[in-house]
Structure formats: structure tokens, C-alpha cells
Design a protein around this ligand. Sequence first.
Ligand code: F6R
Length: 616
Amino acid sequence: MCGVIGYIGTGVTPEFFYNGLKRLEYRGYDSAGIAMLEANKIYIERAEGKLTNLQKKLSNLPKSAHLGIGHTRWATHGKPTEQNAHPHRSDNIILLHNGIIENYKELKEFLLTKNYVFQSETDTEVAAHLLNYELKKLNNSNSVEDNMKKAIFSLVKQIRGAFAFGIICTDEPDTLYVVKYGSPIVLGIGENENYMASGIAALVDHTREIIILEDNEIAFLKKDSIKIVNFSGNEITREPITVNWSSNMLDKNGYDHFMLKEIHEQPQAVAQTINGRIDRNQGTVDLKAYGIHKINLKQIDRIQIIACGTSFYVSCLAKYYFEEFTRIPVEVDLASEYRYRSSTVNENTLCIAVSQSGETIDTLQAIKFAKENKAKTLAIVNAPGSSIAHVCDDESLIYAGPEIGVASTKALSAQLSSLLLLALGMAQEKNKKDKNYIANCLEDLSKVPSLIEKTLALSKPIKEITLKYQHMDNLLFIGRGQQWPVALEGALKLKELSYIHAEGYAAGELKHGPIALIDENMSVVCLAPKDQYYEKTISNIEEIRARGGKILSIGTEGDTSLQAISDDFIPVTKCSHIALPFLTTVPMHLFAYWIAVRRGNDVDQPRNLAKSVTVE
Ligand code: F6R
């Protein structure tokens, strides 16, 4: 979590750091700070709360500085106060941090014996003091840069956990030091200036030439050079990648919230993810274009999909398709649990890590575990060069474009289309479905963008409907088959955005317990489109009605009998079973969005959350 940005060059204003942090605010938004070094003088401003509080203090910073760092925090150690906001200082060391220092207590005890005085409750301040301590131990006749290098090597040997550091030493104003282990950092190459940030989004206004720093690496940024060494001291040469994100992809473009914009970007997200990966003449999946290079799909006899949150629900949905198309057993695991159960995998198991950010620590650690145990590993991620992609045998990007709203929306549709392509590609490789079947499914998938486009027109009627539901304390969501994960996703979105208690259930499971919750005060969102489970779901709806529960149903356009037994009815277009979950998800997102807006909540930055979860 946390967003960091750094600059060294000919000079930038405080707004440079502020605007960069704004692009990263989705990573954490409980306090923020900026340090700028100009004419050998360091200026530090920090503020509790959202970045706008820091904006009020920008005038205290110099008008321009050639070196600086900025941070937006998601609190781990210590409350979200100004005192705990980064950067932290230890004499001539100014340091900010993304990650967690697990052994900070023992280090702090040691530093207290050396008379260091702590101003904050953070783990990060320990790193600042320890670096200062290591630096002071070194011979003064060496250059500051040499000593800083040695001191950083000593620092990284002593700390455990995850860390991306941006460091300024006021005695060495021509270098910005960047250290990475476990938390993401990218470097940006400019003309007579260089940058670092925890996400590409912060840099696209300034450069598209990006170097992804890898674990166990330290970068020394000067205005006209970038030197990278690993923790063993070996110099690393790495070519930059060119990113094609544009600034307007990172703006709201007239929408009130990023989330609403991103819901409306789903047609493009799906189209861009499937484009170039379907051979339309042959009616087949182009697995090379998809990203399968090292993995031999013919050899796979078991699949495990590992993910968190919304990415987990997409994976649950994909299970239905993998099993239907390939007849291979599929397990879907929450990454945070997978790591700690003794999962048995072998060289014929395909483990797929699904992650929008590509940085979720639980997913990263879980896929590392699978790889160590000889499974074949595939990353399905939205962020090029992300940590999860880096550890996997193969990487398949989704092309959702930057997702800024903390609640995932367009990434879900792109992930689902990607998993569908893979399921069909595997069926093709293993001869599990005939050619026409696969071609027809791909045709259905190609229609998804225009079908979603049509479904987005529901925004207005859903906004109206939410008037009635905005003050509820509890809601249930039910569905069968592929609509069950959609129900789980609907409940998650409502919880995280509106802070209303919501639970998702398999419709058939209701009678095994949750039906006890039904009375005239309980509303149930029922996903009941005309699919193979329709009649059974209708029976469950009747059971709810019989107990006085209120029904908000999502069904197939023209289904007057469902409408008749519902208090409210949201229709989606009749479509194939491939397209259906894409369409029923749209009302789930819009429903949560409009309720949160009506309740006056911060839709893009819900309380207690952060977009990229890089702590366990
Ligand atoms: C919910 C949401 C989260 C993420 C989860 C995984 O709206 O956005 O549940 O889906 O934190 O994140 P990624 O996909 O980046 O691994």
C-alpha cells in the first residue's frame, strides 16, 4: 500500500509531487508528506488525512527544488496522524517507505540504546535512524555516496519484511536513493531528470520510459543517469519499457467518480483484452498472442486459480467455464489461505494468479509457493512488469487500462474475458470441444463489449431504484451457478462502498441457514436470469416471498413472471451463457455505486481500504 514519488533533475515545483501523489492516492489516503531539497536546505511538509490537507501547506515548500520525495500513506504501524506521516527524518537522512518492517521492535530497542529519539510510532522511522546509525559508523574520508551505498547495504541486511524506500541524504544532494524488496517501485527516465514512483500512473505526465526495479535492488538516481546494483553489489543493466498509458486515461473525463467512468469503460476493457488473441478465420484462440510461451497446456491435468477479493470472484466464475470446456478439475483459492494450507501441486498443475494490480502480496506469495512446488504458473494481471507477472512462467496482460477507483470494476470484465479465452484455448489444445463449439463461444465472447454497452443504460433506472434501498442496514444477494459469484461480488461491492452489511449466498444454500434472516425487513437481491438454473432460483425466490422478504430481481428482459413476483426488477438482455455474467455484474456495480453516492460516501476511496494490498 502507500504511494511514493521521487524526483531528481533541474527543478520541479511542490505541485509536481502533489499531482503525482494524487495519481497514487488510491494506494493509501490517510496522511501524506513531501520533502524537497534546495540550496542544501531540506523542507518537509506533512498533513493528516487526504491529500487536499497537504495541498494547503504547499506554499511552505520552496517554489522549485532539484531533489524531492513524496508519500501518501495507508497506515500500518501507528495512527494516521501528521506525526506518523512520511517522510521521516534522522539528521541528514530523509526517508519514506512503502511496506512493513517486521522486526522493527527489536531494531527500535537497539536504536534506543544508541540514544535515538523517536518522533513517530511507525516502523519506517526505525529504518531512517538505522541508516543514519550505519552511516555514522563509516569513515569520513570516503565520499558520502560511497558511505551511503555501504550504509544502505547494512540497512537491508538488518531489516525483515517488505520495503520500497526513497531516500535523500542532505550531505549528498546529487543523488536520490531507491531501494526495493517486496514492494513495487518503478523508475522513470526523463531528459536531464529522473523519477521514481510506486506506480506508473504517477509518472505518465512526465515520461513513458520506465524501468521496473526488481527485488533486492538499489537504484542511484542522478539527474542524468540511473545506476542499479543488487544487494550483493553487482551492477545490473536493464532496458526500459515504453508504456502507452496516456494522461487522459488517468482523469475522470467528465464523470463524477473514477468508479463510474471505469464501469463505463468495460466494453473497451473486454474488447482490448480479446483483440488480437482470436483468429477469426479459424475460430480459434491464438495462445501465443494470449501469452502462453513456456507452459505446455496439453500436459496440464489440474488447475488452481489463486486470487483475492473481486479477482477471486472472477476466478470462481471462470471455474464453471474451465470445467465445462476442458473437463479438468479446477480449484479456486483465496490467496491468503492458499499459502497456509498444504496444497499439493505438481508439474502437471497449472496455477493461475489473477490480480488487477499484479502486486497483491497474498497472491504473490501464494504463486511463489506454487512455483517452488513445481506447478506451472501463469499471471493474469493488468499492470505490465508487476511482481506477480515477474515470478510466473508466463504472463497474460488484461488491457483494462489504469483502474483508479479502489473498487475493481472494469478489471473484473477484462479478467473474465481473459479467463474465458484461456479456458477455450485449453479445450482447443486438449481436443476437448469440437471446433464449431469453440468458434461459437468465441463469437459470443466477441459480442460482449456491445452487450455491456447496452446494459450500461441501466444506470439511470438503477439510480432511481436505489432511492428505496439507500437506508437499509442489511441485504442478501443470491444466485445459482455462474450467478453465485456474481451475487458474492454484488455483496462485496455494497459492503465496501456503502458500508451496508451484505452477504452473498448460493441460492440453494439459503434453506440451510440464512433463510432464518428473512422477514419483512430483509431485502434480497436475486440474480435470476433465464439460464439453466432459472426454475430452481425462482423456487428460492418464492421461499423468500413466503416469509415476507422483499425481492429486487435481476432477470432476462421480458420476463414478466419474474417481474410479477419481484418488488423491483432490473432487466438484462437475453444473451449466451458466455455473455450473461458480464451483463448481470453491471447492475451489481451500479447498485453499489448509486447507493454509496446517495449516502454521501467517498466512492473512489472508501474508508479503511487501499487499491493495491501489499501487506498481509
Ligand atoms: C474489490 C476490490 C478488491 C480487489 C482485491 C484484489 O472491489 O477491488 O477486493 O479485487 O484487493 O486485488 P488485485 O486484483 O489487485 O490482486
